[in-house]
Design a protein around this ligand. Structure first.
Ligand SMILES: *Cc1c(COP(=O)(O)O)cnc(C)c1O
Length: 390
């Protein structure tokens, strides 16, 4: 008899699909009708509200987290050719930004319990040329920032936090993105709140904030943002060679309403995580380890590990079966040294980062997010059970 999928093709559950509601749809339309669709008052308001939500004095909105990382690395003023330490278990954008900023990425393996960069491996990777650390709060679980900041102080290193997964996260009451010199956020379509494409830089330093803002708009002097405003024409001066990384009011129109619902969305993620924890704990898969005390996890991803020795099927077979059952799944991530370009450029070898290599080859992300109904979550659970038993 032919196997019946849990969900038919026409009800395929798309992985990471965002919840978009009426208020942001109306605000986008109102923005279009207003005629001011570029960088303007809505971006300014989104920056203020995001800064206040995170408890940071300065926020600069940009068009992606990749741009946020690039500009932060530039504004950190690292000597050309510096080494920047980061994790092998991250999206390629983290190291690409380091390379585009004229630095050399150096990897330090993860702690297999938290999947975050291991501070002891960071220490071992520090050389005379190291100038910065880019910790990634993986899946939303805050990194061990105390030892990381201690190392940074001792060796005079800049710290740029990749918070693409970690908008709602905090550790001992301190929000992610406010430990280091810069915190970089993403509002890409699969992230916890979205603007379509978008990002944000947080920094406690007013001069660095001004530098990021200038670099995000061609390196033009400060008044450029308002040069077509109602206070009369203003000349701008290019004071350095910058980029075109500004966020627009169309994007901020979405973000303003998503940000209002961030706690509500986060609660739903926590609920779904509990449903998965309860339903999957008796299966032969590895579930996420419990959170450290006094931390908040944004719960961006829910990952299980498929160890062929225990499941009898490979991770990739499991991915195929979940897809057959109408459930979209993700892989976060194949470790960076698995990619040919980095191997060619830097001689990276996955075997040198064994924890990231193993996780990258075993991990599967299940759908989690405010768009999911209980019935969707039950379908995911049924699909996991059947994928493991068929
Ligand atoms: C999504 C992501 C980025 C890049 O974000 P964009 O806004 O798409 O540029 C960077 N780092 C990590 C860890 C990510 O998940």
């Amino acid at each position: 008899m032919k196997l019946q999928p849990v969900r038919p093709k026409d009800r395929f559950l798309v992985f990471g699909s965002p919840l978009i509601e009426e208020p942001e749809i109306e605000e986008v339309i109102a923005t279009l009708r207003s005629g001011w669709v570029g960088t303007g008052p809505k971006v300014a308001r989104f920056e203020e509200e995001f800064a206040s939500y995170k408890g940071s004095p300065h926020a600069i909105a940009v068009n992606s987290c990749t741009a946020a990382l690039h500009l932060s690395l530039l504004a950190a003023d690292l000597p050309a050719g510096s080494e920047v330490i980061t994790t092998p278990l991250t999206f390629c954008a983290t190291v690409n930004a380091i390379i585009h900023a004229g630095c050399r990425p150096v990897l330090a393996d993860i702690d297999p319990r938290t999947l975050n960069i291991d501070p002891q491996c960071v220490e071992a990777a520090i050389s005379g040329r190291t100038a910065a650390i880019v910790p990634v709060h993986f899946a939303g679980r805050p990194c061990a920032m105390d030892p990381i900041m201690e190392l940074a102080e001792k060796h005079h290193l800049a710290v740029i936090e990749d918070c693409a997964h970690a908008i709602e996260s905090s550790r001992h009451g301190r929000p992610t993105g406010t430990f280091g010199d810069f915190g970089c956020f993403s509002f890409y379509v699969t992230k916890n709140i979205i603007t379509g494409e978008g990002g944000m830089v947080l920094t406690p330093d007013p001069d660095k904030a001004a530098r990021v803002r200038r670099l995000a708009l061609h390196g033009m002097s400060a008044d450029a943002w308002n040069r077509f405003g109602d206070e009369g024409y203003k000349h701008y001066y290019v004071v350095e060679c910058g980029f075109k990384y500004n966020m627009t009011d169309l994007q901020a129109a979405i973000g303003l309403h998503q940000l209002k619902r961030i706690e509500q969305y986060h609660k739903r993620r926590l609920q779904i995580r509990k449903m998965y924890d309860n339903a999957l704990k008796s299966l032969p898969v590895v579930l996420p380890s419990p959170l450290d005390p006094d931390t908040t996890d944004s719960c961006h991803l829910y990952q299980i590990l498929i160890d062929e020795k225990r499941t009898g099927i490979t991770r990739d077979q499991f991915l195929q079966r979940m897809t057959f059952h109408g459930i979209g799944v993700g892989v976060h991530y194949l470790s960076l040294p698995e990619h040919p370009w980095y191997q060619q450029c830097f001689g990276w070898n996955p075997a040198l980062y064994p924890h990231a290599k193993r996780v990258g080859r075993q991990t599967v992300s299940l759908p989690i997010g405010p768009k999911l109904h209980d019935e969707d979550v039950h379908d995911v659970i049924a699909a996991v059970e059947r994928s493991l038993s068929e």
